[in-house]
Design a protein around this ligand. Structure first.
Ligand SMILES: NC(=O)c1ccc[n+]([C@@H]2O[C@H](COP(=O)([O-])OP(=O)(O)OC[C@H]3O[C@@H](n4cnc5c(N)ncnc54)[C@H](O)[C@@H]3O)[C@@H](O)[C@H]2O)c1
Length: 268
């Protein structure tokens, strides 16, 4: 099935990948482009933004890389202006940026708590703040916020900042969705479960928590936790995002689409 977001403009915040391989943001940008969207790939890491845009161009798609720190209101406003200047509209916004500093309320530093709120929640707030007026002017838009099943319950790791910011992101998604539902803008969240991505692989603290620093031990442990018997990957997140961004989801707003191989339903 091709052209599911044909000729739409997609703005993907955090479109790079923290390390080699396929992160969620990179796979989302490429998937939207494969389905006909022109994509602005935003990342604070210039090489990461360029890599994703180049991958899209190499497949014959349309993409531009844009460097910005999405915790800065001025820079996010400039991203919106650059996207409209280049493509004439913003039909899809994906807020993908997130980090998972490990530590419960006692261990987590105040700096990491603040960093989690800045990077996970403020970027989502600023993305919606600056892009929604453009979508209102167009009379339509679809926003997808990348949350986590950690927003719903304990997920096996003590990371108080991650749990809190992702839960807040869900509620911001729901309430903003209601606010704009009558004006053509749909806002939904995707909640990935345990995914095998560079973000997890490159977090030394997560590997430490799962398997005393042994990455393979961490993968085995995470696979075993999931009812389906294995982790998901970035394409699972990208396909869910594509669905919510497309007109196939035209009557869906304010939902949390769980993409987790069943782990959220599991008791033990
Ligand atoms: N991998 C998993 O297991 C998993 C599970 C649940 C949810 N998630 C969520 O998926 C999202 C990230 O997935 P990913 O695989 O794309 O991660 P990633 O770390 O590979 O990519 C995120 C990109 O965001 C960029 N970025 C970070 N801070 C930024 C800022 N201030 N301004 C602009 N860009 C910035 C990074 O440079 C990076 O390229 C997060 O929201 C995360 O919470 C991941």
């Amino acid at each position: 099935m091709n052209g599911r977001v044909q000729d739409r403009t997609a703005l993907v915040m955090g479109a790079g990948s923290i390390g080699p391989g396929w992160g969620n943001g990179k796979a989302i940008a490429v998937t939207l482009a494969r389905q006909g969207a022109q994509v602005m790939c935003v990342d604070r890491d210039p090489a990461a933004a360029e890599e994703t845009a180049a991958l899209i161009a190499a497949e014959g798609g349309t993409a531009v890389a844009h460097v910005a720190d999405a915790t800065s209101s001025d820079q996010v406003a400039a991203v919106r202006d650059a996207c409209v200047d280049r493509f004439g509209s913003i039909d899809i916004l994906v807020n993908n940026i997130g980090i998972a500093p490990v530590g419960g309320v006692v261990e987590l530093s105040v700096e990491d708590w603040d960093r989690a709120f800045d990077i996970n929640l403020k970027t989502c707030f600023l993305g919606m703040k600056h892009v929604i007026p453009q979508m209102l002017a167009q009379g339509r838009g679809a926003i997808v916020n990348i949350s986590s099943v950690a927003s719903l319950r304990w997920s096996g790791v003590a990371y108080a900042g991650y749990y809190s910011t992702k839960a807040a992101m869900n509620h911001l998604t729901r309430t903003t969705a209601v606010e704009y539902a009558a004006r053509g803008i749909r806002i939904n969240a995707v909640l990935p479960g345990l995914m095998r991505t560079p973000m997890v692989e490159n977090s030394g603290a997560l590997a430490q928590d799962y398997g005393a620093g042994d990455i393979e031990a961490m993968w085995r442990k995470r696979d075993a936790q999931v009812p389906m018997g294995h982790m998901g990957d970035a394409w699972d997140v990208a396909n869910a995002t594509l669905f919510l961004a497309s007109d196939e989801a035209r009557y869906i707003t304010g939902i949390e689409l769980v993409v987790d191989g069943g782990i959220t339903l599991k008791f033990a």
